[in-house]
Each structure stands twice: as structure tokens, then as C-alpha cells.
Design a protein around this ligand. Sequence first.
Ligand code: HEC
Length: 81
Amino acid sequence: MTSATQLFLVTLSVLFLSAIPVALAQTAAPVSGAEVYQKRCAACHDQPGNRAPARDSLQKIPAVRILRTLDFGLMMGMPTR
Ligand code: HEC
């Protein structure tokens, strides 16, 4: 076997091996929105007596508006409802 062939084979196996973690990551369990909500949002949004709208109110808000609020906050002068 020439050293060029050996180099080629080594390169090939490195390429294949480096693809394994990517393949594994793609089979990871999908993120649960309910879990994220419990962990990151419920502490305010499921507490009576603060201004945060409760979960059933949030559920009536279109996803695109929730994303906009998370990205930019509530914007003055923007229609929110
Ligand atoms: C530290 C407390 C706190 C946490 C944590 C929190 N929020 Fe809020 N959120 C509020 C408060 C208070 C308001 C009301 C703001 C206002 O009306 O001025 C609000 C408003 C919102 C609104 C705007 C509703 C509207 O009328 O447009 C959305 C959407 C929202 N929160 C989503 C989330 C999501 C999703 C999470 C979790 C990823 C989250 N919030 C976590 C306190 C919180």
C-alpha cells in the first residue's frame, strides 16, 4: 500500500468517525414545550397576583406573537391583542 493510499484511508475514516456525533445528535429526543414552560415560565405565569398573563391566556396568543415578545419584549405602541 502506498503512503498516499494510507493517507487517503486515514482521511476517509476520520471523515466517517466525525459524522457519528452528528448522527447521534439528530436522534436526540425532541424538546418538550410543556417542560420548558414549567421550567422557564410557570414561576411567573402560573402565579396569581402578578401582571403575567396566566397559562390559559398565553395559549390563546398566536405563536408568532409569543416569539416576538420573547425576542423583543412588549413593544410600546405595538398592538398586542
Ligand atoms: C420573571 C417573571 C416572568 C417569567 C419567568 C416569564 N414571564 Fe412572560 N411575562 C411576565 C410579565 C410580568 C408579563 C406582563 C408584562 C406586561 O404586561 O407589561 C409577561 C408577559 C408575557 C407575554 C406577553 C403577553 C402579551 O400580552 O403579549 C408573553 C407572550 C410571555 N410573557 C411569555 C413568556 C414565556 C413563553 C416565558 C417562558 C419562556 C415567560 N413569559 C417567562 C413575567 C414573566
